[in-house]
Design a protein around this ligand. Structure first.
Ligand code: NI
Length: 393
């Protein structure tokens, strides 16, 4: 058994207690006041940490080691979602309509555990470890962007890492991937303006529903005919609203969708390709349109050497049988904001098991964690802190 595994195992009950307290008291993005207060109070019980609030609802703990070394940032997100929990265990959400349905309660407990393990043995730590309990991951423009652009959090940071629990991977599994890992979740809102009329006389109207249907199918043409097959692009129209009854052609139709890619260049090109289709079809049929296109979080591209170090840490800590190279996902993450300022890598720790009934997808009202994943997460971040702070040869 590694020393880190032993230290994490001795924290088992504490990790579970932190996670369950947080699970019972979830708060929405930018409203994590009680959560931040709780985290701050727990960190202040650990000697050797400097604890501050970079923003109203985020908490930063800094541990300075005795020897020279690099400065490492470890990140956990702390916010919950507007979902009514359908679990019935005794620590279910006490806040009506709000739920930790993405595992951020686990991330927070894991980083608290990491802080505890590091402060118990500060002599092991060279350099400096900054631990950021970040608000508002779930709601754009996101807490990371605020911390990166409005505070001095990233000043002097050499490398950054953090993890997301993943219910679709077996509990205890560690998954790391170099390079492109998560996509940019950009948004579009489109209003097609036609001309309303009687359903019996479409020739006197400009039908925004028929035009909208053409737009939707033709947008897939952008994906299949204007973008290389090796360059992943997803265009999803997720909302299409128009009309009131069976015989009235409405004036307008409203569409909303998401556009996702890993490639920063394609990301810049996508709005033009999309608008060209919309304009062409609207022009052809005499309609006009309003298009609002909004960039969300950047694509998350892991730095190769940091991913390689995390892979080595995982192999040493959990072994080959609990390690895999993760697949990239079209999901988005504001962890990408930190990677604009420093090299780093984001990785997954599995939290799904039949015993814990924790294979429900993220953001589902039955989502929960196999709490053994808390130990795995804390072991990984603890080892990452020790290894990544070591001075470069
Ligand atoms: Ni999440």
């Amino acid at each position: 058994m590694t020393a880190t595994k032993e230290r994490a195992a001795s924290l088992r009950e504490q990790l579970v207690a932190w996670r369950r307290h947080l699970h019972q008291h979830p708060e929405l993005s930018f409203e994590e006041h009680e959560t931040a207060g709780y985290i701050e109070a727990e960190l202040k019980k650990m000697p050797g940490l400097t604890v501050t609030r970079p923003t109203a609802t985020s908490v930063l703990a800094v541990l300075k080691g005795g020897e020279p070394g690099r400065t490492v940032l470890l990140r956990a997100d702390i916010d919950a979602l507007p979902i009514t929990e359908e679990n019935d265990f005794e620590f279910k959400s006490k806040n009506e309509g709000i739920m930790h349905a993405c595992g951020h309660d686990g991330h927070t407990a894991i980083l608290l555990g990491t802080a505890k393990m590091l402060t118990d043995h500060p002599e092991d730590v060279p350099g400096e470890v900054r631990m950021i309990f970040q608000h508002a991951e779930e709601f754009g423009p996101g807490g990371a962007e605020e911390l990166v652009t409005q505070t001095s959090l990233m000043d002097g940071v050499d490398v950054v890492t953090g993890l997301h629990l993943n219910s679709q991977l077996p509990a205890g599994m560690v998954a790391v991937k170099p390079g492109a890992f998560m996509a940019s979740p950009d948004m579009l809102e489109l209003k097609i303006k036609g001309k309303g009329g009687h359903g019996a006389h479409p020739e006197e109207a400009i039908d925004p529903i028929a035009i909208g249907a053409q737009v939707i199918t033709n947008l897939q043409h952008v994906v299949s005919r204007h973008v290389g097959a090796q360059d992943a692009l997803v265009v999803t129209i997720a909302k299409f609203q128009a009309g009131t009854t069976h015989n009235v052609i409405p004036d307008t139709a409203e569409l909303m969708g998401t556009v996702r890619t890993f490639d920063p260049e394609l990301r810049q090109k996508a709005p033009k390709l999309i608008e060209r289709v919309i304009k062409g079809i609207c022009d052809a049929h005499g309609a006009t349109y309003e298009l609002k296109y909004e960039f969300g979080y950047r694509p998350l591209i892991n730095t190769d050497w940091v991913a390689e170090q995390l892979r080595e840490i995982a192999l040493a800590e959990v072994g080959e049988e609990h390690f895999m190279v993760s697949k990239p996902t079209m999901g988005g993450e504001d962890f990408s904001a930190y990677l604009e300022k420093a090299p780093g890598a984001y990785f997954n720790v599995g939290s799904g098991s039949d015993e814990a009934d924790s294979k429900w997808p993220h953001h589902h009202p039955r989502f929960t964690l196999d709490e053994l994943s808390l130990e795995t997460g804390a072991r990984m971040l603890h080892e990452a802190a020790l290894k990544l702070t070591m001075p470069q040869k």
